[in-house]
Write a new protein. Structure first.
Length: 447
């Protein structure tokens, strides 16, 4: 009898393990912020690659939400994204499974910000990615023309509060850099929720960073640093000597500001990095008290900085730039896609390998099976081995070309077995990276 019990328990354990593995393959993290759940383009989810190939060969659905380079964010079975059409910005909530619109809200907004200048053939509509707050279910959006809105996603997008940055603060067109033509793309940086605040890189005379009560819209503090915003996609929280801070690439370069009580808005460190065309675009990447910054144009480099409460110190600088793609730090390696996919050593900045073809637009995600999902060019989706799998050479496992036909500035997103790809025209494609769960009772074969 004891033998039968042991066999039964052993069999039950196997079934339980299989169930857990199956569930883990389907249930992953939400993608509620710019660059994912931890704002670093690393997710606790598989790429979906198996010996039979990549599950993501055909899109499960496609949708269009209007012009704009905002990236999709994903919470549960909801996809939040912005687009522009008919002289209005739209904030849309889509069903992640089908792509059908659940609800949308809109407001009057120009196609370009009021101070916009140059490169209008490369972008249009909103660029700033929405920010989701798990504590309140509020969604924060920022238009190219400075409309900061707070929406209640549990009330089908009811507007809680709003403010226009240009109307409220003193904001100037981004300055001309050297001999390069003057550029201003309006607001591009995603808002960031920290505790009870929502923070925006406003680039105002009153403060480069501004913070409001996330529930009421009442301004709480402004940074002591003042000056124009950069053209990056987002800000990065970081700890500096156990002090909570925020880092961003402004027009002038890296700015690190304190968030701790009594010191809100105080400058910790600044590192000058002025790029032609005001194009500090790649988001700074944080690992412990180190920050990576990079740009092309006049710099053509990537730089590793150490940040302390005494300021910033350069550790190394290497001639491997990224124009748009924000670097990923994973297992002591650095990954980014600009023109080609590159892998660098985090300690030295030396290149380990390069390969592939991705043009100017590019974004990446590192998955738990040590693979990199790359979205670049005009709709090229590729799966690449990390250095843990391929330490000395670029190895492209699979790829899908021509998903769309325009620049894919928006960041790719992965959540709960679904990969969301978007282009600047507002086209979205969803690829399933795992087989969707079977609904209803499963029929058993006859004995």
């Amino acid at each position: 009898m004891r033998l039968y019990v042991k066999e039964f328990l052993a069999g039950l354990a196997v079934v339980f393990c299989d169930l857990m593995l199956s569930t883990a393959a389907i249930c992953g993290d939400d993608w509620p912020h710019w660059r994912g759940p931890d704002r670093n383009d690393i997710i606790d989810e598989s790429s979906g690659w198996t010996a039979d190939g990549w599950r993501s060969s055909e899109a499960a659905w496609k949708q269009n939400v209007g012009e704009g380079s905002t990236s999709p964010i994903v919470v549960g079975d909801r996809v939040f994204v912005m687009g522009w059409r008919d002289e209005q910005d739209f904030v849309c909530c889509l069903d992640a499974k089908t792509g059908k619109e659940d609800w949308s809200v809109s407001y009057k907004c120009p196609r370009y910000g009021r101070l916009a200048m140059g490169d209008e053939g490369l972008y249009s509509g909103p660029t700033s990615t929405p920010e989701y707050d798990e504590a309140t279910a509020f969604l924060y959006t920022l238009s190219c023309d400075g409309d900061l809105n707070c929406w209640d996603t549990n009330q089908r997008g009811h507007r809680v509060w709003s403010i226009n940055l240009y109307d409220t603060y003193t904001i100037h067109r981004r300055p001309k850099v050297g001999r390069s033509a003057q550029r201003d793309y309006g607001y591009t940086t995603a808002p960031l929720v920290h505790g009870d605040w929502v923070i925006v890189e406003a680039g105002a005379d009153e403060g480069t960073f501004l913070a409001w009560d996330k529930k009421t819209g009442l301004q709480i503090w402004q940074s002591e640093a003042k000056g124009s915003a950069g053209h990056t996609g987002g800000m990065m929280p970081m700890m500096v000597d156990d002090v909570s801070c925020i880092a961003a690439m402004t027009f002038q370069g890296l700015l690190v500001t304190r968030l701790d009580a009594g010191h809100e808005g105080r400058t910790v460190a600044q590192y000058e990095w002025i790029t032609d065309f005001a194009n500090n675009i790649a988001t700074p990447t944080v690992h412990e008290n180190y920050v990576l910054i990079t740009s092309a144009y006049n710099h053509q480099a990537i730089c590793k900085l150490e940040i302390t409460l005494q300021g910033a110190r350069k550790i190394w600088e290497q001639p491997f730039p990224s124009k748009v793609c924000s670097p990923i730090i994973h297992n002591r390696h650095i990954y980014f896609a600009w023109q080609r996919m590159r892998c660098l050593d985090f300690e030295t900045g030396e290149q380990k390998w390069e390969g592939g073809t991705f043009s100017d637009p590019g974004s990446c995600i590192v998955t738990t099976d040590n693979r990199i999902i790359v979205w670049g060019g005009r709709g090229r989706l590729a799966l690449v081995d990390t250095a843990d799998r391929s330490p000395t050479a670029y190895n492209e496992v699979d790829s899908i070309d021509n998903v769309f036909s325009t620049d894919v500035w928006p960041h790719v997103a992965l959540s709960n077995g679904r990969l969301f790809c978007k282009d600047r025209d507002g086209n979205i494609a969803c690829f399933e990276t795992v087989d969707p769960p079977v609904s209803g009772p499963v029929k058993k074969d006859a004995p």
